[in-house]
Design a protein around this ligand. Structure first.
Ligand SMILES: [Zn+2]
Length: 298
């Protein structure tokens, strides 16, 4: 069994990230699995070395030990950056082109907003037979009745109509880089991941990635166990963002706080009884005793 935490160095981590990491760590410990730290840095425009450093400081502060992955900013840049795996992504994109799974979309951002109004793209360019230009986005063709199912570790059975929820999603961005969906899918296969914990905001992404796996007949990915936890929100019910200054883990650390409050949130989210926990190890012990994960099998 192998799971991963996959933060993006595009801002300082917040308590929502910490809770997700803790739940993933607990799962790994419950089943004697391995934990990979994968830092997703495809987006180099928002990348800053101090955000990568913040990931290392945060994991250390939270008491999370991982088995594989970078241990410093220079180790990350030298050996682990997603930009070292560009060939794997472009090879995957090439296969998708040869199989006629994708089409070129040259819609501008403005056109997308005015024609679609939201994140769902229902195939405006699909029949235009656009040429694949250097700066074309590539979109995956989704049939209207594409339903994706899986048994979630926290939610039992999930069913998502991918066409309605996401439409023809992008796998290659206009800048030539893989989209999040493709990059994450390829990486999870590449690193032999078997279990993934993520927030409920990524339910449709999971459906998209499972569909990629189905087209590629990537059974290893199709067998991954997924668990989608509730999202932490602020007092206005909004999803936390990496720009939320005083909620950042960095601010908490610098104020000398210990992560008790975060451990409590993780305990409640896992539905564990109200027992005293003071450290991450206490949380792990509680998990081992009460087994909060469905399908916790290897
Ligand atoms: Zn288009």
């Amino acid at each position: 069994m192998k799971t991963r935490i996959a933060p993006t160095p595009s801002g300082f981590l917040h308590t929502g990230n910490a809770v997700s990491f803790l739940i993933t760590y607990c799962l790994a410990k419950c089943v004697n699995g391995k934990l990979l730290l994968r830092i997703d840095d495809l987006d180099r425009e928002r990348y800053r070395r101090e955000y990568v450093d913040d990931i290392f400081y945060s994991l250390d502060w939270l008491g999370i030990q991982y088995d594989e992955g970078p241990f410093s900013v220079s180790d990350f840049e030298k050996n682990w950056s997603q930009h070292h795996r560009l060939k794997i992504y472009t090879d995957a994109l090439q296969v998708s082109l040869e199989n006629d799974w994708v089409y070129a979309c040259n819609c501008t951002r403005k056109e997308l907003i005015t024609s679609e109004g939201n994140a769902v793209y229902h195939g405006k360019c699909r029949n235009l037979k656009n040429s694949f230009l250097e700066n074309s986005a590539w979109r995956w063709k989704i049939k209207t009745d594409t339903c994706i199912y899986w048994a979630d570790m926290f939610r039992s059975q999930i069913q998502i109509n991918l066409f309605e929820q996401m439409g023809d999603f992008v796998v290659r961005q206009k800048n030539g880089l893989p989209s999040y969906q493709l990059g994450s899918y390829v990486d999870d296969l590449h690193f032999n991941i078997t279990h993934i914990i993520r927030g409920a905001d990524l339910l449709t992404s999971t459906a998209a990635q499972l569909y990629l796996a189905k087209c590629w007949k990537a059974t290893a990915f199709q067998h991954i166990h997924f668990g989608h936890h509730h999202l932490l929100t602020d007092e206005n019910g909004q999803k936390l963002s990496k720009s939320a200054g005083d909620r950042s883990l960095k601010a908490l650390r610098e104020n000398g706080q210990i992560p008790l409050n975060i451990l409590e949130i993780a305990r409640k989210m896992l539905g564990l009884p109200d027992e005293k926990i003071e450290t991450t190890e206490d949380l792990v012990k509680l998990c081992i005793a009460y087994k909060p994960f469905l399908n916790e099998k290897i």
